[in-house]
Design a protein around this ligand. Structure first.
Ligand code: GLP
Length: 261
């Protein structure tokens, strides 16, 4: 795993954008995996700037979302689809029709989840998957106890996750849905490059679990340790509990050009 520790949280977005720019330079029709939450906002802003400057074009790219709430009306501003439209589609030149997400309103949820998996497969799989991490170490909405081989499915949200996300719902936990549909850990592990972003003290415990904890269904982000090409981009605060932080810093700063993650 490549751990990149940034001296300022504002550096996370540009570093992650470099990985996307480099992928698009060799594969303009790449398939991206996009995440919601506050962690990727700096990245999406940076992608928007590079598109506006003519340095980057996502016009031929496609993107698949990680997860979606179940039970929010189609016009709800906090639907993840709406979030991705606002923060990723609008600032860049990716066509809205090239962005796909799990259907949180499907009548036959099992069939819809299987169809979503199939659409990722048909697109050739995800080249680069952006991830955030929950305070309990979850990726997408794979809450503690999720199988590390899980696929896209309906999940119940933990009370802590609903509390964490209440900030997007007028600070009212009662407005946060109890269910979601999420790519599984097994689905995520099939992406060719995983790029996880996190900042702040509140994520230090989760990052400790992801990078240095035992691989466990209790902290589904720890499954990144099983992936051959995973990059974790964090700030000093999120890195503050890592035992080997100085080694990760050295390894990244002295990375030979030919070295893979
Ligand atoms: C939710 C999302 C995750 C995201 C997490 C962290 O649980 N389903 O994909 O990683 O929130 O969000 P934030 O980046 O706002 O801390």
């Amino acid at each position: 795993m490549e751990v990149v520790i940034c001296s300022h949280p504002d550096h996370i977005g540009p570093i992650a954008a470099d990985y996307i720019e480099s992928l698009i330079s060799t594969k303009p029709a790449a398939v991206l995996g996009v995440a919601t939450g506050s962690s990727p906002l700096g990245l999406y802003e940076e992608l928007g700037k590079r598109v506006a400057a003519g340095k980057l074009s996502l016009s031929r790219a496609r993107a698949f979302m990680l997860d979606e709430y179940v039970g929010l009306p189609a016009d709800h501003p906090e639907r993840y689809r709406t979030f991705i439209e606002r923060h990723f589609v609008e600032p860049t030149d990716i066509p809205s029709t090239s962005v796909f997400g799990p259907d949180g309103a499907a009548e036959d949820m099992e069939a819809a989840c299987a169809a979503y998996e199939e659409s990722i497969h048909k697109a050739g799989g995800i080249d680069l998957q952006i991830l955030g991490v929950g305070t309990d170490g979850h990726i997408a909405f794979n809450e503690p106890g999720s199988s590390l081989a899980s696929r896209t499915r309906l999940k119940s949200l933990m009370e802590q996750t609903r509390k964490d996300n209440a900030r997007f719902f007028d600070d009212d936990i009662d407005q946060v849905p109890h269910h979601c549909v999420t790519q599984g850990v097994g689905t995520i592990l099939e992406a060719r490059h995983l790029v996880l972003l996190a900042s702040g003290k509140g994520k230090a415990e989760a990052i400790k679990g992801v990078v240095e904890g035992a691989v466990s269904a209790v902290c589904t982000g720890s499954a990144l340790q099983l992936h051959p090409t995973a990059t974790v981009i964090i700030d000093e605060e999120a890195a503050s509990l890592l035992t080997y932080a100085s080694y990760y810093r050295f390894a990244y700063e002295n990375k030979p050009e030919w070295q893979r993650v």
